[in-house]
Design a protein around this ligand. Structure first.
Ligand code: GLN
Length: 245
């Protein structure tokens, strides 16, 4: 039985609105697929051995927390981008997603340079974009809905029209409440504003990441899981969002 290793970045600082639940979801699903999952926390000054990880996860955080992790993340950035280019599965939520761009300006005007992985920038406003959100998102050639919760002051804008969003907004705000885009998709990386946590109510997104991990490690997964409960929960949230609740 192989063990898949997930690097959980700065869990004590970057973890808002249930983001840690994404780790619980992946651990459970990988176990149901017949393999072990090890979630390895990575904090300030911890060495990140990319040879020993199969996925990287980083949750959301307030402007203050983003500032606290940025310099440490910068030290790890070059190797991280090489691994992402090489297909490392990665999930960056909200404040973590914002740091992947060229800059993040808080609503008070403080500017953080981003990691510069993608040509996008974020401008913070005092009025926050808050609420349940419904997307349409294409993963593995299939267009499916994705549900979640968003709470961010930052408005993220693509400065490269070639960038691909994680999804398009059906109900809610998304990247900036204007252009209908939500998040970013690049190879096996997903950046998104969706908290909730994202994965338990969107099992196909969890499986996209798990399949990418398994494929890179050359291991096979058992039969598809029975997601009756997860899909019921997804539909319940989707119906509530469509009804404007
Ligand atoms: N501090 C950032 C913002 O307000 C990110 C918030 C978050 O991670 N939920 O936009």
């Amino acid at each position: 039985m192989e063990s898949l290793v997930i690097a959980y970045m700065y869990p004590n600082l970057m973890n808002l609105y249930g983001d840690r639940g994404n780790m619980v979801c992946l651990e459970k699903r990988i176990g149901w697929y017949g393999h072990q999952c090890e979630v390895r926390t990575v904090n300030h000054n911890d060495r990140l051995d990319f040879q020993r990880i199969d996925m990287l996860f980083m949750g959301g955080g307030s402007d203050r927390e983003q500032g606290l992790v940025y310099n440490d993340l910068l030290v790890k950035a070059d190797k991280l981008m090489q691994e992402i280019e090489d297909g490392l599965p990665a999930l960056f939520v909200c404040g973590a997603y914002q740091l992947l761009g060229t800059s993040y300006q808080s609503h008070e005007g403080t500017v953080l340079n981003g990691l510069g992985f993608f040509d996008l920038h974020t401008l913070g406003q005092k009025e926050r974009l808050i609420g349940n959100i419904l997307l349409e998102s294409e993963l593995e050639g299939e267009l499916k809905t994705v549900v979640g919760f968003e709470n961010h002051g930052g408005r993220t804008y693509f400065d490269d029209e070639q960038l691909k969003p994680f999804g398009t907004v059906v109900k809610g705000y998304g990247n900036n409440g204007e252009d209908g885009r939500e998040g970013i998709r690049y190879k096996n990386l997903i950046g998104t504003y969706l908290h909730g946590p994202l994965l338990p109510k969107n099992p196909h997104v969890a499986d996209f990441l798990i399949k990418a991990m398994a494929q890179r490690r050359g291991i096979t997964l058992s039969e598809p899981l029975d997601d009756t409960i997860e899909n019921f929960a997804h539909q319940q949230v989707k119906n509530r969002i469509l009804a404007g609740k």
